[in-house]
Structure formats: C-alpha cells, structure tokens
Write a protein that binds this ligand. Structure first.
Ligand code: SF4
Ligand code: MG
Length: 334
C-alpha cells in the first residue's frame, strides 16, 4: 500500500507563564493507505497534540510546531496556508473527538449538519446532498434515516450521536480519519459497537484511520500497528501482535497489565507514579522514575532506538547491545 502520511521529527511546544511545555519531542512515523494506526499513552503524553498538529489545529499562540515535517500525499502540511488547509480539513483528512455532544450543534438538525460539508466543499445540490446523507446514515447504522434526518442532536442517544459524528466526518469521503478517544465517553457495549463500525467503514470505504486512545484494550482488535507514546516521545512502535505479544518497553508492558480482560482472570495493575514534568523534560529516559528496570545510564542519556524487526522498534537501554555491561555498572553502584 502506498504511503499517505509521513511525520518526521515533529516537535510541538506550548508557551505558558510557567515556561515552555515540550509536548511532543521529536516523533516520526508513516501511515499507509487503508491502514489503522493506534497511538496509545496516558493523558498528557502528546498523542492528541500529535493529531492536532497533523490537522494544523495547534492554537498559535500559545502552541507552535517547533520543528519537523508532516507530509500528506506529498504535500507539506506545516507549510500550507490556513485558507488552503480549510479545503483539506474535513475533505481529505477528517477528525472526530471524544465528546459527541460538543461536536454537534444543538440548534441545527442532524440533516443540515450532515449535508453542510458537501454543500460547502462540493457545491452539491440540496437533493443530492440529502441522498448522500441518507446513504451515510445507513452506513453508520442509524435506523429510520429519513425521519432522523429532520431531528436534533438531543433526540439521539450518546451512541447514536457518535455514529452521526462519524457520518459527518466521512461524508466528504476523506482518505484519512483521525479519531481522538472516540469511545471514551461511551459505555462498554456502545464502545464495542462503535469499534465494529470503524472496521466496517474501513472495509467499505478504504479510509485510513489514526485511532488515539489511553486504553490499549480498545485497539486490540482493530489496529494494524500501534505506537506507544510517553512524555512526548514514541517509546515503542510495532504491529499489533508485536505490541501485544512481544512488547519490550517496560512502559508498554505496564500498560498491558492495566488492560482489563473479559474473563476477569488477571488483576488490573496500574503503573505507579506519574509522568515527568514537560516544562523540563528529563535528559535521560522519561520513564526512569517509574521503571522497575531502570539503570544508572537511564537517568542521564536518552536510550537509542533499537530495531527488533522491520516493523518493531523500542527506545529502551535494555534492548541496547551494551545492556549487560550497563546492568553490571548499575549493580556495582547499588
Ligand atoms: Fe526503564 Fe531504562 Fe528502559 Fe527507560 S531506558 S524504560 S528507565 S530500562
Ligand atoms: Mg487527549
């Protein structure tokens, strides 16, 4: 599959009265046509900031893309003017957010919100836009689309509202859909239905999806590849199987232990401690303070990326060829 998106050495900062927050600190990844990529990590790790940077929605000021490139279908998005970006957003790249209530306008009918994008970007006639909208409502599983078309958001349940948000995001047939915690506000059964809906939509439209979540369990079924972020860095990247069965980063392993299992066989083990302050990120591995395996070197030097396969890489000193010597050094000092 062809490469659609390439993020390279991306840095995003926010200026505050307290100083500069380095929210994203040099991350890079590719996305191919029709692929589902999950970006996983705790709140504040930089995953939403990364999504907003791709959409060119970082509020400047106080935010700023401080370095790196974001190339979408050969176009450098960081250099695109806001006026041109408006014809990319919602058309080539769509984004949906956590709370379906704030994403919908309570004063407009579902039908007018659904057809707005088509009319604005393609000058579609009202009749044609309605036909397309009804098809889209069918695709996302809204019963009685004809009747629902005339209704307002408050007449929909939470799950139905999120389906509508997804329909609005897809109506202009984007190549890329970015979903930021799309199921977090929903209960577990509805969550599973929405995830199934993503799979179904992808099979029928071929849209590529970036799914952002704090919950590895959410992506277990649908992600092709997974990126784990911590303190503004990408600490591990791999295929779904590499992350679920062969993860090597102590943070990823900790996240996996905190994923609830359906059979309730394992106890949930949350990771102790909190992420570092991104006003002054540590010069070494940001996970040092919470890592059960931390060595002396971890505190002082950021670990190099180790490539465990063509698709699997991890930033951890334990995977470095010098690991044994480094562990011995640590043992000497303790
Ligand atoms: Fe733990 Fe060190 Fe690996 Fe960081 S580099 S995850 S502190 S062992
Ligand atoms: Mg977020």
């Amino acid at each position: 599959m062809a490469k659609m998106l390439e993020v390279n050495d991306l840095h995003v900062n926010f200026s505050t009265y307290g100083g500069t927050v380095k929210a994203v600190r040099g991350i890079g990844f590719d996305l191919h046509e029709g692929e589902t990529l999950a970006i996983v990590g705790e709140s504040g790790c930089g995953k939403s900031v990364t999504a907003n940077a791709i959409m060119q929605l970082i509020p400047d000021p106080p935010g700023k893309i401080a370095g790196g490139t974001i190339t979408f279908n050969g176009r450098e998005l960081t250099a695109v003017r806001e006026k041109d970006m408006r014809s990319i957003r919602g058309v080539d790249i769509s984004m949906i957010f956590q709370d379906p209530m704030t994403a919908l306008n309570p004063t407009l009918t579902i039908g007018s919100q659904l057809t707005e994008g088509l009319k604005e970007h393609y000058q579609t006639s009202t009749a044609e836009a309605k036909t397309k909208a009804l098809e889209m409502m069918q695709l996302v599983g809204i019963p009685n689309p004809e009747e629902r078309f005339r209704q307002y958001p408050h007449q929909f349940s939470g799950g139905m509202r999120q389906r509508m948000v997804i329909a609005i995001a897809l109506i202009c047939e984007p190549e890329l859909l970015i979903a930021d915690e799309p199921t977090t506000a929903l209960d577990v059964t509805i969550q599973a239905q929405i995830l199934e809906l993503f799979e179904r939509i992808q099979a029928s439209t071929g849209v590529a999806i970036i799914l952002i979540t704090h919950d590895l369990g959410v992506v277990a079924k649908i992600a092709d590849r997974i990126i784990v972020m911590y303190a503004g860095k990408m600490v591990e990247e791999g295929t779904r199987d590499e992350i679920f069965y062969e993860s090597e980063h102590p943070y990823t392993k900790g996240l996996l232990k905190s994923v609830p299992r359906l059979d309730n066989q394992t106890q949930l083990i949350p990771i102790d401690g909190t992420p570092p302050d991104l006003f002054a990120p540590p010069k070494g591995c940001p996970f040092t303070a919470r890592c059960p395996m931390a060595m002396v070197v971890c505190d002082n030097v950021y670990p190099p990326s180790s490539h465990l396969s063509d698709t699997h890489s991890v930033d951890c000193w334990l995977q470095d060829e010098r690991a044994e010597r480094l562990m011995a050094q640590t043992a000497d000092k303790t």
